[in-house]
Design a binder for this molecule. Structure first.
Ligand SMILES: C[S@@+](CC[C@H](N)C(=O)[O-])C[C@H]1O[C@@H](n2cnc3c(N)ncnc32)[C@H](O)[C@@H]1O
Length: 669
C-alpha cells in the first residue's frame, strides 16, 4: 500500500498567451492589462529590440581579422531592451533574439552571438522573467555546439527556465540533401541538448505544433518530455463550417493530453494576423475564443486523474509498514479507495460462501491498521449468512488503540483485538481465513511474503486459506527523463539513484514493443510446510525475528524486451497483480487494471532507476535482470539492464548498466 496523499487543484489550468513577434514593442504593465482585457493570461516579448540588432550587426561588420575570436561587446543599454521589471513580469515569457547565431560555423558570429545571448539572459533574469524561449539549432551538425552554449548559459543564469523551441516533427522538406527523412530527428536534437546539459531541471521545451501531425509514435515521444510551452500558429487551425478557426480532432486530443502534464504547459498563439487560409474568418481574438471554448469543454477528469492530481512524477519513498509505525493520516489515505476494499469484501464473502453454513469460521485480519478490512469481513459474513469469530492483529501500538475504540463503538465488541507482531501471535484457535493487505507497489516489496510465512502456522492445516492467495511482480523498461532529472539533482543523497521510488508515472514512455510488461515472479500463500524452514513452520524461530531462513523468498528473473524505436532507458516501471480469492483480483498494470480492479487508486507504480541512462538504437533488444535478495534480516532488490542489436544471426552487446542495489530497503525487524 502506498502513502500518497492527494491534493486536488482539480480544474484544468490553461494559461494562454499572445505571442506577438514584434521586436520594437516595449512591454509594460499597460500592455499586459490590454492583453488580459482581451482574455489572455500571458504575453511574450523579445528581450531586446532592433537597436541591439543594429549594434551587433555593426560590430560584426567592423570586426578586423585579428579580433575574430576575442572581441568583447558591451552590455545592453536602455534603448536596446523591450522589457523592464514590474508587477507584470510573472506573466511575461521572454524570447531570445532569433537572429543570434551562436551556433554558427563562423567563429566571429558565434563568439559575438554567444556574448549577446548571455547579456539577454542575464537581463531577463534581472527583470525576473521565469521562462525564456531560445530557438533551436539551425543545423544538425551544430547541435553539440548549440548544446554546449546552452549548458554555459544554464550555469551562468541561475533562475530562469530555458525553453528550447523545436518543432514537434521536422518537415520532410527540411532534410539535408542525401539524408533520409527521419521522424525522430527533432527529438534527437532535443535528446542531445538535454544530455549535454546533464538533464538540468531548468531546461525544458517550447514545442511548435505543426498543421500536419506526424505518426503517433512521435507525438507520444514528446509526452515523456518536459514541455513548458506549446506554440500554436494560425496555420495549425482550419476553418469550421462557419469560417471560424478550429483545430482538427487529432490536434484537440494532443492539446488535451499535453495540458494534462504538470506543470501545465503555457499555450502561445502566434501569427494570428497572418491570413494563411482565406476561408478563415479573421477577428482579433477568434483563435483565443476557440481555445477557451476547448478549455471549457475538456472531458471530466477520471477517478484516477482526480486522485493523483498533484502527484504526477512526484517521487516518494516506498512505505515500510513492518519496520515503521504508520500515522493515522497515512491510513486515512488508504481508506479513500473503495475499490480495494470492495474487492476484499467480495473475496472474503466468496471464501465464506464456500464454507459449511452450520459451523463457525475463524477469520483473522492480520495487519489490521485502523480496521477497514475488519469492517468488510463483518459485512461479508452478514452477506453470506455465516457465523464468524473475528480477530484483528496489529503491531502498531497507536493503530491498536484505534482498533480498540472501533470495537467498542462500531463493532459492538464482536472482534478480538490483539496487539502483536503477526509472526509471534499464538491464537487460541486455528484460523480458517487469514486476511492481510501487506502489498506494496511491486507486490512483495512491503515484505508480505515474510510476514505471511511467519503467521501461516496459525492456519487450520485442513483447508485454511490466505486472502490474498497470491501476488506477482511485473516490470518494463521505460524512458522517464523528468524523473531522471529529479533523481540526478539529489546530489547530496548517494543512494538516490539506487532507491526504488513509488511514483504516479505521467511523463514517461514504455520502450518495449506493444508496451509489453513482463511478469517477474509470484508468491503464493500458504506455502507447503516443507518449503518453510522447520523452525519457521513450527513458530519457534520466525523469519526476521531470529532464526528461520528466508532463502525461499529470494527470486530472480531475466526478460528480453524488443525495442522498436530508439530512445533512452531511465529505469524500470514496476506493477503488481494479486489473486485475492477465486476470480477476485487486484491489478495495477495499465493493461489489466480496468479488467481486474477498475479505478483502483491505492497503489502508484514503482520505479527502479538507472544511475546512468542507457541510449538505445532502433530495433534493439534489452535484457533486464532483476533479483529479490533476502537475508535473515533484510530484503532488497538488484537490477541490471543490457542492450543488444542483431547483426545477421549475431546478437551483439551495445552496453550494460552497473549492478544497481537497493541496499537500504526492506528491514525485517
Ligand atoms: C498496508 S497497511 C494495511 C492496513 C489495513 N489493513 C488497510 O487495508 O487499510 C499494513 C498494516 O499491517 C501492519 N503490519 C505490518 N507488518 C505487520 C506484522 N508483522 N504484524 C502485525 N502487523 C503488521 C502495519 O502496521 C499496517 O497497519
Amino acid at each position: 500500500m502506498d502513502a500518497h496523499q492527494p491534493t486536488d487543484p482539480g480544474a484544468s489550468l490553461w494559461y494562454i498567451g499572445n505571442h506577438l513577434p514584434t521586436p520594437d514593442l516595449t512591454i509594460s504593465g499597460q500592455t499586459l492589462e490590454d492583453e488580459t482585457a482581451q482574455g489572455y493570461d500571458m504575453i511574450t516579448t523579445f528581450i531586446t529590440n532592433t537597436n541591439f540588432r543594429s549594434r551587433i550587426n555593426q560590430v560584426l561588420l567592423n570586426a578586423t581579422a585579428e579580433k575574430r575570436t576575442h572581441m568583447r561587446i558591451d552590455s545592453l543599454d536602455a534603448e536596446e531592451v523591450t522589457v523592464h521589471p514590474g508587477d507584470h513580469i510573472s506573466q511575461v515569457i521572454g524570447f531570445v533574439s532569433p537572429w543570434l547565431e551562436f551556433d554558427s560555423d563562423d567563429l566571429l558570429v558565434s563568439h559575438v552571438s554567444k556574448q549577446a545571448l548571455l547579456y539577454e539572459l542575464d537581463y531577463a533574469g534581472f527583470c525576473g522573467i521565469g521562462n525564456v524561449v531560445i530557438s533551436g539549432p539551425r543545423k544538425k551538425e551544430n547541435v553539440p555546439r548549440f548544446a554546449q552554449i546552452i549548458s554555459t548559459a544554464l550555469s551562468a543564469n541561475g533562475y530562469a527556465h530555458l525553453l528550447i523551441l523545436l518543432p514537434l516533427a521536422e518537415k520532410p522538406s527540411c532534410t539535408a540533401e542525401g539524408d533520409e527523412y527521419d521522424e525522430f530527428s527533432a527529438w534527437d536534437t532535443w535528446n542531445t541538448i538535454r544530455t549535454v546539459c546533464k538533464y538540468n531541471p531548468r531546461l525544458s521545451l517550447a514545442l511548435q505544433i505543426p498543421a500536419e501531425l506526424p505518426t503517433l509514435h512521435v507525438i507520444n515521444r514528446w509526452f515523456a518530455e518536459p514541455i513548458r510551452v506549446v506554440l500554436l500558429s494560425s496555420s495549425t487551425f482550419s476553418p469550421n463550417p462557419t469560417g471560424y478557426p478550429a483545430l482538427s480532432k487529432l490536434h484537440q486530443a494532443l492539446l488535451t493530453k499535453y495540458t494534462k502534464q504538470r506543470p501545465t504547459p503555457f499555450i502561445l498563439l502566434s501569427d494570428q494576423r497572418v491570413v494563411v487560409n482565406e476561408k478563415v474568418r479573421y477577428e482579433p481574438t477568434s483563435y483565443l475564443v476557440y481555445i477557451r471554448h476547448l478549455q471549457k469543454n475538456q472531458p471530466p477528469q477520471s477517478t484516477v486523474e482526480r486522485y493523483s492530481s498533484g502527484y504526477q512524477d512526484y517521487l516518494q519513498t516506498p512505505l515500510q509498514p513492518l519496520s515503521d509505525n504508520l500515522e493515522s493520516i497515512t491510513y486515512e489515505v488508504f481508506e479513500k479507495d473503495p475499490v480495494k476494499y470492495d474487492q476484499y469484501e467480495k473475496a472474503i464473502k466468496l471464501a465464506l460462501d464456500a464454507r459449511d453454513a452450520a459451523s463457525s469460521t475463524v477469520v483473522a485480519v492480520v495487519g489490521a491498521g485502523r480496521g477497514p478490512l475488519v469492517s468488510r469481513a463483518l459485512r461479508a459474513a452478514q452477506a453470506s449468512g455465516r457465523a464468524i469469530m473475528l480477530f484483528a492483529i496489529e503491531k502498531n501500538p497507536n493503530a491498536y488503540v484505534h482498533l480498540l475504540r472501533h470495537n467498542r463503538d462500531t463493532w459492538n465488541g464482536q472482534v478480538t483485538v490483539i496487539k502483536s507482531d503477526m509472526r509471534s501471535w499464538n491464537p487460541p484457535f486455528a484460523v480458517d481465513i487469514l486476511v492481510s493487505e501487506l502489498l506494496g507497489s511491486f507486490g512483495d516489496n512491503e515484505l508480505s511474503p515474510e510476514c505471511l510465512d511467519g503467521v501461516q502456522r496459525v492456519l487450520n492445516p485442513s483447508g485454511g486459506i490466505s486472502i490474498p492467495v497470491s501476488y506477482s511482480a511485473h516490470f518494463t523498461p521505460i524512458m522517464a527523463p523528468k524523473i531522471h532529472a529529479d533523481i540526478s539533482s539529489r546530489k547530496n543523497d548517494s543512494e538516490a539513484a539506487e532507491t526504488p521510488y513509488v511514483v504516479m508515472l505521467q511523463s514517461f514512455e514504455m520502450l518495449a514493443e506493444q508496451k509489453y510488461i513482463h511478469r517477474a515472479w509470484e508468491f503464493t500463500h500458504p506455502l507447503p510446510p516443507n518449503v518453510l524452514s522447520d523452525s519457521a513452520a513450527l513458530g519457534g524461530g520466525l523469519i526476521g525475528l531470529g532464526d528461520g531462513g528466508n532463502d525461499h523468498n529470494a527470486r530472480k528473473c531475466k526478460a528480453t524486451f524488443k525495442v522498436p524505436r530508439r530512445g533512452v532507458v531511465h529505469g524500470l516501471a514496476g506493477y503488481f497483480e494479486s489473486v485475492l480469492y477465486g476470480d477476485v483480483e487486484l491489478s495495477t498494470r495499465p493493461d489489466t487494471i480496468d479488467m481486474k480492479s477498475k479505478d483502483m487508486i491505492s497503489w502508484f507504480p514503482i520505479f527502479f532507476p538507472l544511475k546512468a541512462p542507457l541510449h538505445v538504437p532502433d530495433n534493439c533488444e534489452l535484457d533486464v535482470c532483476i533479483w529479490r535478495q533476502t537475508s535473515e534480516r533484510k530484503v532488497w532488490y538488484e537490477w541490471v539492464v543490457e542492450a543488444f542489436f542483431r547483426n545477421g544471426g549475431q546478437r551483439c552487446c551495445l552496453g550494460a548498466t552497473d549492478l544497481h542495489s537497493s541496499k537500504q530497503n526492506g528491514c525485517l525487524m
